[in-house]
Design a binder for this molecule. Structure first.
Ligand code: FAD
Length: 352
């Protein structure tokens, strides 16, 4: 059986390893845009210079998996077509192309590897006293602003967002706001209308100085599925059945950020379990057994606050927030376990 995996983030790398482990006789080819596996949940550390968030992809894949660096331009009938014109045939495809960014001109996106590398270099070149504006009040924006403020206390850091930390509630959210305050991050409840060298114009019309503007909003998914004629939702995510198969082509599984699964959010906590469920469905089908449907299984929403602090608010399985949360050193340790556990689980294709 020929299996092709498109995209080697958390979902794709996990799926490739799990197929190699579970599906007898499968020949697995992974196509990824770059030869590195990017730990996207550590990109704020990549930006701030406190960690390197990439590892050679081959070190993440089981022996026997073929790794091909390239961009899939189109998914055809039983084959993918790469940007260099090569066509790779498949019996089954795992589409795991993740999510993307749509930065405002004049800003540097932190949600992609290439953007984070650029942001790190730009940040390192800033003189003391310069101002960094981070756009986006979700986890990515908060983690970026606090990591930069913690690593570069000589800079002025501003976070601009219509709402800050509304992914959390109650005391967990208050904890985030207090940490931003403690780290000296100037929180401006507004949006950015225009970014130019040296300044940004806010939606309210106010202009504020900004020597570097970081776009910390992850929104939308690559257009590959839509371009290839697969049924997608309004956000471009692949519409799937309960086993995560495209409703347009049951040979294709969509997993991670690019799959339209009711109740699922962008997250590594979504990617690996979906990859596990999809591969297990394929393995069972190949063995002539009935597959089991995928079910949401969330645990917590965890936000890092500058390396020395963090908060994790626990959730129900369906991602509904619970009242309980952990903070401080316990949450920092929890977050470290998330980083290392997710990477280990991806390599070993376990834990989902
Ligand atoms: C700073 C930051 C912090 C985060 N923190 C958390 C967190 O604490 N917890 C959490 O759950 N989530 C977090 N997230 C979200 C999480 O990183 C993503 O939801 C997760 O990476 C999605 O995994 P994925 O495998 O679906 O996609 P990705 O990890 O984005 O991987 C997709 C891969 O596909 C490749 N690709 C795309 N198109 C093509 C193509 N046409 N051909 C070939 N390859 C292609 C991409 O280059 C990439 O390598 C964070 C995100 C950011 C940016």
């Amino acid at each position: 059986m020929k299996v092709v995996v498109v995209g080697a983030g958390y979902a794709g790398a996990f799926a490739a390893n799990r197929v190699a482990k579970r599906v007898k006789g499968a020949e697995v080819t992974v196509v990824n845009e770059r030869p590195e596996f990017v730990e996207r949940i550590r990109l704020h550390q990549q930006v701030a210079g406190t960690a390197v968030a990439a590892t050679p992809l081959t070190s993440m894949l089981r022996a026997g998996i073929v790794s091909r660096t390239g961009t899939v331009e189109r998914i055809g009938d039983g084959a993918v077509i790469l940007d260099d014109g090569e066509s790779i045939g498949f019996d089954h495809l795992f589409l795991a192309v993740g999510s993307t960014v749509r930065p405002l001109p004049g800003t540097v996106p932190v949600g992609t590897w290439e953007g984070a590398v650029r942001a790190r270099a730009a940040l390192a070149a800033l003189a003391a006293g310069s101002t960094v504006t981070v756009v986006g009040g979700g986890a990515t924006g908060i983690e970026t602003a606090t990591e930069v403020a913690g690593a570069r206390p000589d800079l002025r850091v501003r976070l601009v967002a219509a709402a800050v930390a509304d992914c959390l509630s109650g005391r967990a959210r208050q904890r985030v706001l207090a940490a931003l305050d403690r780290l000296g991050v100037d929180v401006v409840e507004d949006g950015v209308a225009e970014a130019a060298v040296g300044a940004v114009r806010l939606r309210s019309g106010r202009e504020v100085p900004s020597d570097l503007t970081l776009w910390a909003i992850v929104a939308g998914v690559p257009e590959l599925a839509a371009r290839s004629g697969l049924e997608v939702d309004a956000g471009g995510r692949v519409v799937v059945d309960e086993f995560l198969r495209s409703v347009s082509d049951p040979r294709i599984f969509a997993i991670g950020d690019c799959a339209a699964v009711p109740g699922a959010r962008f997250g590594c906590q979504t990617a690996a379990p979906q990859a596990g469920a999809a591969v297990d469905a394929l393995a069972r089908l190949a063995e002539g057994r009935a597959p089991e449907p995928y079910a949401l299984h969330y645990v917590a929403r965890c936000v890092s606050l500058g390396g020395k602090d963090a908060v994790a608010q626990f959730t129900q399985r369906d991602d509904t927030l619970r009242d309980s949360h952990i903070k401080g050193r316990t949450a920092v340790l929890f977050k470290k376990i998330v980083y290392t556990g997710t990477k280990y689980g991806t390599r070993k294709a376990v834990g989902a």
